[in-house]
Design a protein around this ligand. Sequence first.
Ligand code: RB5
Length: 147
Amino acid sequence: MKWYVGSDHAGVMLKKSLVENLRALGDEVADFGPDNGDEVVDYPDYGEKVARAVAERGDGLGLLVCGTGIGISIAANKIPGVRAARVTDTYSARLAREHNDANVLCLGERVTGPGVAEDIVRIFRDTPFAGGRHKRRIDKIAALDKR
Ligand code: RB5
């Protein structure tokens, strides 16, 4: 599995620990930064970088972390082709993939502890899109991107 990841200063520590976990699983991770939380940065900049990589390359999933996961998910969802899900529990992690075919996972370092975050990422990673009736709805979302 290939990942494009990024954060703002408020999400960098959680991002780094999740990147380590993904690499330990053998996944390929491209980290768009930042490398540390020393400098205050703006989450839309990193949300856009990761979202564009996911949408344009079409060969992996995105992982974004900010303080709450909210701002960075709003930014990522502005990019056509991106279905970013801000997730705080494992049930939603599974359904975001099964029903919504989410291609970007957004987490909040100030909201979700590292153990739950690790489980969320693992479930998101390992759950396929269910297709069927859900495909029709995803196609309608894609149509919204074009209007
Ligand atoms: C940064 O202070 C904070 O606003 C940001 O990380 C995020 O929580 C926004 O949604």
